[in-house]
Design a binder for this molecule. Structure first.
Ligand code: NAP
Length: 307
């Protein structure tokens, strides 16, 4: 199979496209012929070595947390899928940038009928993150107000649509070039964070979903109402500021969950969610990662293994 492999931690220069042996599905796993892999910020964060203290990886490794493709072989005991099934999932912390990948069946579900495999590859990590942030961690309710930072990105674009599906009023930050896109996704109010201080425009939020961290996260306490929730998958909010503002701070890591992804797939097939992708060839993984590192994407980049 074809695989992108990192022989050292570092920047994209450490990556090689290679021909290597196919992986073998173990018990409870399937082998997938990968059509496409999503490109996520975690891929270049893992590659940089910044996470190796708590996610140690043997070298070489293949980046990539999410794929969509066709099941081609079953490991022992697998009854959930059969060869030929088109599946997608947040498969692991690495392994996605390849023409084949193995994944536990618990992390997969059938691809939405309404999406191509290329589109489906862009969904699992971002949609699960947005869903878990808004429902499990923030408990977002109908008619509540939510401010979503980095709303035009991979997670943000899912969060805007999920928040609207849940019946919330959505405030979204992005540069002006992304405002028409965000309105089309359902955002009620858009704020250009490059020219406007969001905290001077917005107040009384029930929830802030922080997808930026740092100063943006710290400035977000002021827009929340008392007992509101500041939820971030980027970094843990400052507890002392949270106490000062009487706000609940939440930080979480996304859980891969095939059953929850099946609910999300249904939302795509019912027309509640859509995804915007830009496709690169697998051999262009370096360029795709460098574009992701620039932090100004709309939707999600994917690597097409057929090119
Ligand atoms: N812990 C976990 O399990 C977990 C899971 C998923 C994601 N995450 C983290 O969540 C973050 C978001 O992920 P993602 O995949 O959505 O990233 P992404 O797709 O790369 O986000 C790109 C977006 O960020 C926007 N942006 C950049 N700086 C901004 C600012 N100061 N204010 C508002 N928007 C800004 C850009 O908008 P413009 O182009 O308009 O500037 C762009 O649309 C990343 O740090 C990622 O690592 C963590």
């Amino acid at each position: 199979m074809k695989a992108i492999r990192a022989y050292a931690y570092g920047d994209t220069e450490v990556l090689r496209l290679e021909e290597i042996a196919d992986p073998v599905a173990g018990a409870g796993e399937v082998l997938i012929e990968v059509a496409a892999a999503g490109v996520n910020p975690i891929d270049w964060k893992v590659l940089s070595g910044a996470m190796q203290a708590f996610i140690p990886l043997p070298l070489p490794f293949t980046p990539g947390v999410e794929v969509a493709g066709t099941v081609v072989a079953l490991g022992a005991g697998v009854t959930e899928f059969k060869p030929g099934d088109e599946v997608f999932g947040f498969i692991n912390i690495v392994g996605g940038y390849a023409s084949k990948a193995v994944a536990p069946v618990t992390k997969l579900t059938l691809k939405p009928r309404s999406l191509s495999l290329l589109q489906a590859a862009a969904v699992p990590a971002s949609a699960l993150t947005a869903w878990q942030a808004l429902t499990e961690h923030a408990g977002l309710q109908r008619r509540q107000k939510v401010l979503i930072h980095a709303a035009a990105g991979g997670v943000g674009s899912m969060a805007v649509q999920i928040a609207k599906y849940l019946g919330a009023e959505v405030y979204a930050t992005a540069s002006a070039g992304h405002h028409a896109y965000l309105k089309a996704l359902g955002a009620d109010y858009t704020i250009d964070y490059t020219t406007q201080a969001f905290e001077t425009l917005v107040s009384g939020m029930d929830v802030v979903l922080d997808l930026v961290g740092g100063e943006t996260q710290n400035r977000s306490f002021a827009v929340l109402k008392k007992f509101g929730v500041l939820v971030s998958p980027v970094s843990a909010p400052n507890v002392s500021l949270a106490n000062d503002y009487a706000v609940t701070p939440k930080n979480f890591a996304t859980r891969s969950d095939g059953r929850q992804l099946a609910l999300i797939a249904e939302l795509f097939d019912k027309g509640h969610l859509s995804v915007d992708i830009e496709a690169y060839a697998l051999s262009e993984a370096k360029s795709a990662l460098e574009k992701s590192m620039g932090r100004h994407l709309r939707g999600r980049l994917v690597l097409d293994t057929s090119r």
